[in-house]
Design a protein around this ligand. Structure first.
Ligand code: F6P
Length: 323
């Protein structure tokens, strides 16, 4: 009988619980024994694992965060840390691992796969920056949370003739800002993949003001070269350059907390089950994600250390439509 462990690692993402539930129950259906690892790779090193049955993963599909806990483990990045984790797995007779996490976590999966361990990654990060998959668990919720903030700020912005800078998460990737900015009709979108200088943002805001707009929204990805703080600084020094009064809202961890959308729950359920199917077929060393409507796998070697680019034609489209 196969003995499989599941862990969630890196920044949590709404939908991780649905993936834990699906992977556990799909593996139980194969007749396997399942173990949940506490707090990501740190739990492998500390040997904090617990058996998971169908009831242990009941009533969690609708909850954000991860019931297993998550962490970023510096020790796991060392040879010695990984060797300890592998020793603990061997002692428990565990011969397969599902890693639900983002780019950094899948770099960890790759290291285990290189050491000969059967590991399958599940693409899970609000950043949506994993190569080989169109989408990742959590990004739909993160985009919708950002969009709700934009919609709300627009109404108060209109009442006061204000421009709002809205800073959202995404680390080095502009996907959340770009998608929420397009869906929210933002006047300007600033992302790490395409530099926009603060003076150009000011020009676009002034032009919007002169065209008679009653509000303006600038969505700034946290990883943009000129981040929200840099823009605030610029506008403080050029106070009358834009017409609008300016306010900043930083969304921070709001973006990845709370209830997962239906799309994230369904995606996570499909990917969690697909990871188990991969292992059942004896195929591992991959990340499961999607391409189009289908489940797609990508070798961990192609994923580790890479960042998926955003579609810059969408940024240009947003610029044209912000007239
Ligand atoms: O990778 C997910 C993410 O939420 C990024 O968007 C963000 O930059 C980072 O994690 C924040 O990390 P932490 O929760 O450790 O502050």
């Amino acid at each position: 009988m196969r003995r499989m462990a599941i862990l969630t690692s890196g920044g949590d993402a709404p939908g991780m619980n649905a993936a834990i539930r699906a992977a556990t129950r799909a593996a139980l259906a194969q007749g396997w024994a399942i173990f949940g690892v506490r707090n990501g790779y740190a739990g492998l090193i500390n040997d904090t694992l617990q058996p998971l049955g169908a009831r242990e993963v009941g009533g969690i599909v609708q909850h954000g965060g991860t019931v297993l806990g998550s962490a970023r483990s510096a020790e796991f990045r060392t040879e010695a840390g990984r060797a300890k984790a592998l020793r603990n797995l061997a002692q428990r007779g565990i011969d397969a691992l599902v890693v639900i996490g983002g780019n950094g976590s899948q770099t960890g999966s790759h290291a285990l796969a290189q050491a000969g361990f059967a590991v399958v990654g599940v693409a899970s990060t609000i950043d949506n920056d994993i190569v080989g998959t169109d989408t990742t668990i959590g990004v739909d919720t993160a985009v919708n949370v950002t969009l709700e903030a934009i919609d709300r700020l627009r109404t108060t912005g209109s009442s006061h003739q204000r421009a709002f800078l809205v800073e959202t998460m995404g680390r080095h990737c502009g996907h959340i800002a770009l998608m929420a900015g397009i869906a929210g009709g933002a006047e300007v979108i600033a992302i790490p993949e395409f530099d926009i200088e603060p003076h150009e943002v000011a020009e676009r805001l002034r032009a919007a003001y002169q065209r008679g707009k009653t509000h303006a929204i600038v969505v700034v990805a946290e990883g943009a070269k000129h981040n929200a703080q840099a823009m605030v600084q610029h506008f403080a020094e050029h106070r009358d350059a834009i017409g609008f009064e300016l306010r900043l809202t930083t969304l921070g961890h709001m973006v990845r907390g709370g209830i997962p959308t239906a799309a994230d729950r369904v995606l996570a359920t499909r990917l969690g089950a697909a990871a188990v199917q991969q292992l059942a077929r004896g195929e591992h060393g991959v990340v499961v994600g999607t391409r189009g409507l289908a489940i797609a796998t990508t070798p961990l070697a192609a994923v580790a250390g890479q960042t998926k680019p955003v579609d810059l034609t969408l940024l240009e489209l947003a610029r044209v439509l912000a007239q």
